[in-house]
Design a protein around this ligand. Structure first.
Ligand code: NAD
Ligand code: UGA
Length: 443
């Protein structure tokens, strides 16, 4: 049966979940503290760039099953299920900052007017869901114990990728549901009936197991990327081609070809913070997560490698002083406007320190990047405005439009001839045949 749901936090995860859960036939109220977000969403205007989102948003608003509000109290009172999708950013000491989660738990405790399932979709360290349960009991004076619990807690980590969030929500590789109370499982079976019907595998497990599945998955993927990046640096030094190496490794079914694309280091709002949080969690249990610690350090090194490599091409230390660098791509990956922990941030920062003038282009992320760098850079809507007069062309994000870049035109409009392709999107032979001094990563 369709459920009444409140989704707290309407960022990347909360908005996509709100839209998706209402498309499954549930009645959903998305809640955010930011009134501007709520106002736009109620008008059918997406507040993030995500392929396909606008259509789903409009369709479900029109159906009457979806609405957005800042009134968290009423939304919780009316809900049978409350999803937490607020942020869990990295704190200064490295662990996850749970203050947004704590705040929402306080709101739920105040509004516990009947049985509710509290579902944590935010990525939270192992032990958090049990803490939520304890805290709700303390604050509300009600018990989650069997046989007649006043509420139940479910850990439902989210695995969607930005840029493919809508597709991932409707066709996930698996659903992970950590729970204790049988009644909570019944409710979640209703919520996700549509995915069960299309045979999405569902992992029913304990709260702690669900929490750790999320961190293990993200840390493993971050490790895989970091491994191929380090191999790329070695391949380059040894005169080998990382793409042939990665493709051949991927032919082994045990390895798989996915997440073996070399680049300027992983970024985004998740791998960086979740790897740090996992190291902190390990420390709190007396377990040294030495491998993940190395991944974090090697990833930092990879971002530095891009500019070090470029400096070698332009004549060594100090050679970027007074040069114009066109940076194509600012988002942390293609198909998103998100610049959180984008490798472009570290790279552009370093270019400025080296005394370069930086002219940037990105199809979606210019505004978010400008919020960080202000007037220290130039921002262009068209890639050739960024390329014009540049000594160096540096590609940082793998937007499709860069794959077909008109290199002849670039050659004519640039002042210099250096291309550093940190995503390996161009054809090296073609670039070199036009007279470019071209370098990719690992080939
Ligand atoms: P986000 O920062 O985009 O969105 C969080 C939203 O919560 C914001 O709109 C904010 O205004 C709102 N908010 C904060 N406090 C609130 C409160 N007390 N009441 C109501 N709203 C409040 O975050 P996100 O990227 O969607 O990530 C959310 C969680 O999901 C994080 O734990 C993240 O690790 C996890 N996650 C993210 C992704 C992703 O691709 N972005 C994927 C999987 C998991
Ligand atoms: C990642 C995971 O893929 C999701 O499953 C997870 O839900 C999410 O984190 C999260 O927990 O928030 P996302 O950060 O959106 O999703 O993007 P990815 O596609 O995983 O890319 C992350 C970073 O790794 C990007 O900077 C990307 O450019 C880089 N990357 C990825 C590579 O450099 N090489 C690859 O082969 C793959």
């Amino acid at each position: 049966m369709a459920k009444n749901i409140a989704v707290i936090g309407t960022g990347y995860v909360g908005l996509v979940s709100s839209v998706g859960l209402s498309d499954f036939g549930n009645y959903v109220t998305g809640v955010d503290v930011n009134p501007e977000i709520v106002e736009k969403l109620n008008r059918g205007v997406p507040t993030i760039y995500e392929l396909g989102l606008e259509d789903y948003l409009k369709r479900n608003l029109e159906s009457g099953r979806l609405t957005f509000t800042t009134d968290i109290d009423t939304a919780i009172q009316q809900a049978e299920i409350v999803f937490l999708a607020v942020g869990t950013p990295q704190s200064e000491s490295g662990e996850a900052d749970l203050s947004q989660v704590e705040q929402v738990v306080g709101s739920i405790a105040r509004n516990l007017n009947g049985f509710k399932v509290v579902v944590c979709k935010s990525t939270v360290p192992v032990g958090t869901n049990r803490w939520v349960k304890r805290r709700l009991e303390e604050l509300s004076g009600k018990s989650a114990n069997q046989p007649d619990p006043a509420f139940a807690v479910v850990s439902n980590p989210e695995f969607l990728r930005e840029g493919k969030a809508v597709q991932d929500f409707f066709h996930p590789d698996r659903l992970v549901l950590g729970y204790e109370a049988p009644k909570a499982r019944e409710y979640m079976e209703d919520v996700y009936r549509v995915l069960n019907l299309i045979h999405v595998p569902i992992v029913w497990c304990g709260l702690e197991t669900a929490e750790l599945i999320k961190y293990a998955s993200n840390a493993f993927l971050a490790t895989k990327i970091t491994f191929i990046n380090q191999m790329a640096v070695l391949a380059e030094a040894a005169g080998a081609d990382i793409h042939v190496i990665a493709r051949s490794m991927g032919m082994d079914g045990r390895i798989s070809p996915k997440f073996l694309h070399p680049g300027p280091g992983y970024g985004g709002s998740c791998f960086p913070k979740d790897t740090h949080a996992l190291v902190s969690t390990g420390a709190s249990y007396g377990v040294e997560m030495s491998l993940v610690r190395e991944v974090i350090a090697a990833n930092r090194q990879m971002k530095a490698h891009v500019v070090d490599r470029l400096l070698k091409m332009t004549g060594g230390p100090g050679s970027l002083q007074g040069k114009v660098v066109a940076v194509l791509g600012l988002a942390f990956k293609a198909e998103t406007d998100d610049v959180r922990e984008s490798p472009a941030i570290t790279i552009v920062q370093r270019l400025l320190e080296e005394g370069a003038t930086v002219q940037t282009h990105d199809p979606e992320a210019l505004a978010n990047f400008k919020a960080l760098f202000g007037d220290t850079l130039q921002y262009h809507e068209h890639e050739f405005d960024a390329i014009k007069g540049a000594d160096v062309l540096l590609i940082v994000t793998e937007w499709n439009e860069y794959r077909n870049l008109d290199l002849e035109r670039a050659k004519n409009e640039m002042r210099g001839n250096v291309i550093m392709d940190a995503r390996n999107v161009l054809e090296p032979e073609k670039a070199r045949s036009l007279g470019f001094n071209y370098r990719g990563i690992g080939r």
